[in-house]
Design a protein. Structure first.
Length: 323
């Protein structure tokens, strides 16, 4: 066989033998979109933009952040689930991803079956923020005050099914405190009433509350996660104050539509993990109260499974019925 012909034949054989490898080597050949199922300015939007900028540099293609808010984050998540599984449309989700399954009858997507986990990016602790005139400096003191003043125990949430509502419901279960949950359309709508004393407690994300805490406009009495928050290291956790089973946060990461090739998932995982290790990236996110994570797709899949079990139990015990 002629040398040129032999080389051509070998090249064709190699391409046929490893189509996935060839696709991964060619990827990406055009811009990548990151769907954010929330408005600009929030935690997952910030992560998408900061990480997206680094991905664009490392992958050599533009990375476009596509905000698709609406329907309790379900609109953007449904768009992601139905996107072509070729690695050119990925998304980032937050805490509602593992809650909405129990709150809506016809989501049109499944938090596990509809997606391929790429990487766990973040955990955002929640902070128990108390109206300063409430005479409670610790979480046990707050529970005692609520039991003595049940008519005044008005607790803000960020709306039905939000991480803030789930955190409040979980705390009601473990503490026995009487609480009247008052839903608002997001943090910005809830803050004025807390600052004015029309509500007395808001278990909100650290990223949303830390400036109010540092300014003394509210009193931080506890952190919701098992570990203290990096941004407020002097505030003890709920577990440290005797509520041993309490562990709530809003977390999330990057996903791709189900069926996206493993080679592409692995490439994105490698590149996003590398971006999360850049000191400037970590510093920017941590300054906003976002605790940077990372890891394998399998580790993120296990976290989703664990969170689904945790929040499913809370929704059931709280008697919340799906719409």
């Amino acid at each position: 066989m002629h040398i040129t012909t032999l080389a051509s034949a070998l090249a064709v054989t190699a391409a046929l033998a490893a189509p996935g490898l060839a696709a991964a080597q060619a990827y990406p050949a055009r811009p990548i979109s990151i769907i954010v199922p929330a408005p600009p300015g929030g935690g997952i939007d910030m992560i998408a933009r900061v990480v997206g900028e680094k991905l664009s540099a490392s992958l050599g293609q533009p990375v476009i952040v596509d905000n698709r808010p609406g329907a309790s984050n379900n609109l953007g998540t449904a768009l992601l689930a139905n996107a072509k599984p070729d690695g050119y449309t990925i998304g980032i989700v937050g805490g509602s991803h593992n809650i909405n399954k129990y709150l809506f009858k016809n989501l049109g997507w499944d938090p596990q079956k509809s997606f391929e986990p790429i990487v766990y990016t973040h955990e955002i602790p929640l902070v128990f923020s108390v109206y300063p005139k409430v005479p409670a400096k610790t979480l046990p003191e707050l529970v005692d005050w609520m039991k003595a003043n049940p008519d005044e125990a008005k607790v803000a949430t960020s709306g039905r099914g939000s991480a803030q509502e789930m955190a409040a419901e979980m705390f009601r279960m473990v503490s026995g405190a009487p609480m009247l949950l008052i839903p608002y359309k997001g943090s910005s709508a809830a803050h004025p009433d807390l600052l004015a004393g029309r509500t007395v407690l808001y278990i909100d994300t650290l990223s949303a509350m830390q400036e109010q805490v540092k300014a003394g406009n509210v009193r931080a009495v506890a952190i919701s996660t098992a570990k203290r928050a990096q941004a407020l290291p002097d505030v003890p956790t709920a577990q440290e104050q005797g509520f041993k089973s309490y562990d709530a946060n809003t977390n999330g990461g990057f996903l791709a539509p189900a069926g996206t090739p493993k080679e592409i998932i692995d490439k994105l995982n490698t590149e996003i993990n590398a971006a999360l290790k850049i000191p400037a990236v970590r510093a920017k996110l941590e300054a906003a109260g976002i605790e940077v994570q990372g890891g394998t797709p399998q580790e993120y899949a296990a976290l989703i499974q664990s969170d689904l079990g945790k929040w499913g139990k809370v929704v059931k015990e709280a008697g919340i019925q799906p719409e």
